[in-house]
Design a protein around this ligand. Structure first.
Ligand code: ZN
Length: 65
């Protein structure tokens, strides 16, 4: 899943930094500008998939998606 940030960075959503906010919502932070993207526009299932994939990529430095 690809999306471009308003800062000009474009790339896969899953390459952003996974963040949980105080209300336990899934957010992805742009590594370029720090903008937080709410995944509320996705279904809960899809949001969890994207967020989980972002988390997995950060935990696995050998994988270069
Ligand atoms: Zn950005």
């Amino acid at each position: 899943m690809r999306e471009s940030c308003f800062c000009g960075r474009s790339g896969e959503l899953e390459d952003r930094e996974p963040v949980l906010d105080a209300e336990a919502r899934w957010l992805l932070r742009c590594p370029n500008c720090g903008h937080l993207d709410d995944l509320g526009w996705l279904t809960e299932e899809a949001a969890l998939m994207v967020w989980g994939e972002a988390m997995r990529r950060r935990r696995d430095p050998l994988r270069t998606a």
